[in-house]
Design a protein around this ligand. Structure first.
Ligand code: TEU
Length: 533
């Protein structure tokens, strides 16, 4: 059976920004435990079945936890293993599954393996990473780039060789062709599974397998100088190597040794593969246990045809029983309410939470948080520091969660929080929105409740109905149940002809939709879920 079959949603927690319990201005595990009532099990809860926590492992924090120096230890900034066990126990008590972030592609340069590897060319750890001789001209071995700017290769003075780092030079890539590496990484998964973890989000998987001959990537003929410098190449050799499927399958088998466990792969559409081929490939790994994320909605223009096309592709490419995992945002992308505007973000919430599959809600989306401006002396993200001024920095979407109107919005008692708290806290906080029926939070709670009540919304079949420039309608079928969702992104009222005997289950703007016999009239900026009796 498909893992996490009936899970209504996953809530992504960026742990530095959720709740600070020890007054250092950075969120931590005890903070998360304290706030689990926001997720489930209390009167004002969202009612969400699972959380994914971005990395909490020992790390020098060059990339805020995505550079791990010990896969089996908690970083002191987040707390202790004991705090972690308490978090899992409290989550279990509330029937919340805990998913951790697993970073297989690279370690920190401070990991013991890498320290040993650079200590000598003969170290048994040398082959844990990709060390290569320079090109004949003394430069890097090939043209591969780092996502965070510049060459993907760093010169190691001591040995005269280069090592590969697809991200920061402080994040050397692991050599997955080495079976010992695969063994060690499987052990790390078991370590957390034995502590009650029920799933993983696998970070940056497409970089794990590379061309074994280390041939150059293709040059992207459509590249514009104003683009992200990484887009200058088509990454046809430095990603999606032939062995990727095998490496990932092995890991799914480890996770599948445990009951009802799920892996979601971070997997953006890649210019080197056709979208259909990529989706099929990632679903073919082990679709009962592991599924790719559909990250299209985090970076597409606001156009129903783009949404419909993306959903259709995933429906086509996946095994019918497998989840489609949809995301509106995450810790790497501008927030949905900033990209599309706040009214459209409400419609997007309805779209995401009425589409069958497994939605991931990024913390703060449920209160309509927007990107915050980061003064230059407060920039934290290494991406912004290395490639400044292109809007690539990720701090704006990582600012702390807002709970109430107390100092630092209830996030921390510290004098200064790690990123600024930002503006509009009076309106954009949980306590304020609890009391307001028209708030983002109330909408999210209503949508999640509906999703929990109607199996069609989790397990049904999606069929598109109307896809025009700014109107989007689709049907969900499940057994004899039929629902329609109508989303009006335009600024005029839209009438849609449906069959008779319908009732309105939920509206983005309550009480504004009129049904006149077979016609449904949806106001601008409104969205409606309709049920056929
Ligand atoms: O991101 C990998 C990824 O696909 C990047 O291209 C991402 O889009 C990038 O951050 C640009 O916004 C993952 C993590 O989500 C990210 O936070 C890490 O920095 C990265 O891996 C390295 O571990």
């Amino acid at each position: 059976m498909v893992a996490w079959k009936n899970t209504n949603a996953i809530y992504q927690i960026y742990p530095r920004s959720f709740q600070d319990s020890d007054h250092d201005g950075v969120g931590d595990l005890r903070g998360i435990t304290k706030r689990l009532g926001h997720i489930k099990g209390e009167p004002g809860s969202l009612g969400i079945d699972a959380i994914w926590i971005s990395p909490i492992f020992l790390s020098p924090m060059a990339d805020f936890g995505y550079d791990i120096s010990d896969y089996e230890a908690i970083d002191p900034v987040f707390g202790t293993l004991h705090d972690f066990d308490e978090l899992v126990a409290e989550a279990n008590r509330r029937d919340i599954n805990v998913m951790l972030d697993f970073v297989p592609n690279h370690t920190s340069d401070q990991h013991e393996w890498f320290k040993q590897a650079v200590s000598s060319k003969d170290s048994p750890y040398r082959d844990y990473y990709h060390f290569r001789d320079p090109a004949p001209d003394g430069g890097p071995p090939n043209n591969w780039l780092s996502v965070f700017g510049g060459s993907g290769w760093e010169f190691d003075q001591a040995s005269g060789q280069y090592y590969l780092h697809s991200f920061l030079k402080e994040q050397p890539d692991l050599n997955w062709a080495n079976p010992v590496v695969r063994q060690k990484m499987s052990d790390a998964l078991r370590f957390w599974l034995n502590r009650g973890v029920r799933g993983f989000r696998f970070d940056a998987v497409r970089w794990m397998a590379i061309d074994e001959e280390y041939r150059d990537d293709k040059i992207n003929p459509n590249y514009q100088p104003s683009d992200d410098p990484y887009a200058a190449h088509i990454h046809n050799r430095s990603r999606y190597g032939d062995n990727l499927d095998q490496y990932l399958r092995e890991l799914t088998e480890v996770v599948d040794e445990y009951d009802n466990t799920l892996i979601v792969f971070e997997d953006y559409q890649d210019t080197a593969l056709s979208a259909d081929e990529q989706i099929r490939r990632m679903y073919n790994i082990n679709a009962q246990v592991s599924v790719p994320m559909n990250l299209d909605f985090t970076q597409t223009e606001l156009l129903p045809r783009n949404f419909a096309k993306s959903i259709a592709r995933y429906q086509r490419g996946k095994d019918p029983s497998a989840h489609m995992v949809t995301c509106l945002g995450n810790h790497d992308k501008p927030r949905v309410a900033s990209r599309y505007g706040e009214d459209n973000a409400r419609l997007m919430a309805m779209l995401q939470l009425t589409t069958p599959g497994l939605p991931i809600i990024y913390y703060g989306e449920e209160i309509g948080m927007v990107d915050q401006e980061i003064p230059s002396d407060r920039v934290q993200d290494p991406f912004e520091k290395r490639v400044p001024g292109k809007g690539l920095g990720r701090d704006p979407e990582r600012t702390p969660m807002r709970w109430d109107t107390s100092p630092n919005a209830g996030f921390s008692h510290a004098h200064e929080t790690w990123l600024p708290m930002g503006d509009d806290i009076e309106q954009v906080n949980v306590a304020h929105q609890q009391a307001d029926e028209m708030s983002f939070l109330s909408l999210y709670k209503r949508l999640i409740k509906l999703r929990s009540e109607y199996p069609a919304l989790r397990l049904g079949r999606y069929d598109s109905l109307v896809v025009s420039k700014l109107l989007y309608a689709y049907d969900i079928h499940h057994g004899s149940d039929r629902l329609s969702v109508i989303l009006n992104f335009s600024d005029v009222e839209q009438g849609i002809l449906l069959s008779e005997n319908t009732e309105i289950l939920l509206e983005v703007k309550p009480g504004q939709t009129k049904i006149d016999r077979r016609f449904v009239f949806v106001e601008p900026g409104n969205g409606v879920v309709i049920r056929y009796r």
